[in-house]
Design a binder for this molecule. Sequence first.
Ligand code: NAD
Ligand code: UDP
Ligand code: UDP
Length: 343
Amino acid sequence: NHLAVSGHPSFRESVGGKVPLGLRRRALRVLVTGGAGFVGSHLVDRLLERGDSVIVVDNFFTGRKGNVAHHLQNPRFEVIRHDVVEPILLEVDQIYHLACPASPVHYKYNPIKTIKTNVVGTLNMLGLAKRIGARFLLTSTSEVYGDPLQHPQVETYWGNVNPIGVRSCYDEGKRTAETLTMDYHRGANLEVRIARIFNTYGPRMCIDDGRVVSNFVAQALRKEPLTVYGDGKQTRSFQYVSDLVEGLMKLMEGEHIGPFNLGNPGEFSMLELAKVVQDTIDPEAHIEFRPNTADDPHKRKPDISRAKELLGWEPKVPLREGLPRMVTDFRKRIFGDQEGSTE
Ligand code: NAD
Ligand code: UDP
Ligand code: UDP
């Protein structure tokens, strides 16, 4: 079973559809921290699909068992309720370290817990990787660029971050996580990878996590006004989750440490996003302006030249294609099995 033929599509493609005997890939044991969350659960789907064994470690703060419930009967799958702030002993080949709340509403809910997760949690997972010689991938964030003074953001930009603001538990936390990752690489010879993820959306996002795409979609479906914060001219670049998962796996399997920006360079103002949501769900949806939150970055757009060149990766799903797929999932979860009608 551990010598199963690889089902990894990119690998198959790269050998012209046939997997030569000598090149069969050993199935791996992979740990996904935060694997019951939005991104983690999609990653788990792909890892199991290609034949690997997967252990999810999650404290279910923002994740749900329901996101991975379809794998519970799979003998290659295991989920452990555990908080990464506490040490853990496991034996795996690769660690995708995602555990950390990602939505501003969730990470500001208990900022001390958020920074402990980023610092102590990451330290523990690095210590684990060191003990067992596993390759370690950190999911960092575009928030390390803060309110950027360079646009679009390249990986060599050091950022403009407020160290004492309400977002610091997250952005400074992730910056420290990157530092720890590089120090374990340099000091303990650990094989590491760093991804800087830009705003990502798709099925299984928490419905009420306060992020802009989930808010607008849920609001339009519930016939509530779309809440635009500030003047709505601030921009973000929205990446569909399957593109991100593809990028994370290419990064893990590739030879380059990074950091790599993983995001969709398509840039939208919040007002433009509201328009796409209106076009997709309900052209009658109203817009309501609300005061913006503190330290909100004015613009954000990834320069992905490095990932294109070194990982051969770029996103494939534009917002107007990805959004309807997310709407289908939200409709089901908000309205149950009925056809999405509140009437
Ligand atoms: P999510 O909140 O859906 O998933 C995070 C998961 O981590 C959840 O299942 C949660 O229960 C778990 N978790 C949180 N704290 C934990 C702890 N102390 N111990 C164990 N488990 C814990 O968020 P997501 O959108 O899937 O994000 C996944 C990762 O990607 C995060 O590290 C996030 O910072 C990063 N990221 C996401 C985005 C995005 O737009 N989604 C952007 C940038 C970076
Ligand atoms: N750690 C862990 N699992 C392991 C090995 C280490 O959770 O299998 C934790 C360990 O408890 C420590 C952290 O990772 O808090 C860093 O470990 P490392 O060995 O690098 O540092 P040290 O224990 O020497 O401080
Ligand atoms: N935002 C908004 N309406 C909402 C939620 C968020 O206009 O209901 C704005 C928010 O002010 C920010 C942008 O959307 O400028 C993206 O916010 P989000 O919380 O999704 O992610 P961030 O990129 O800030 O981490």
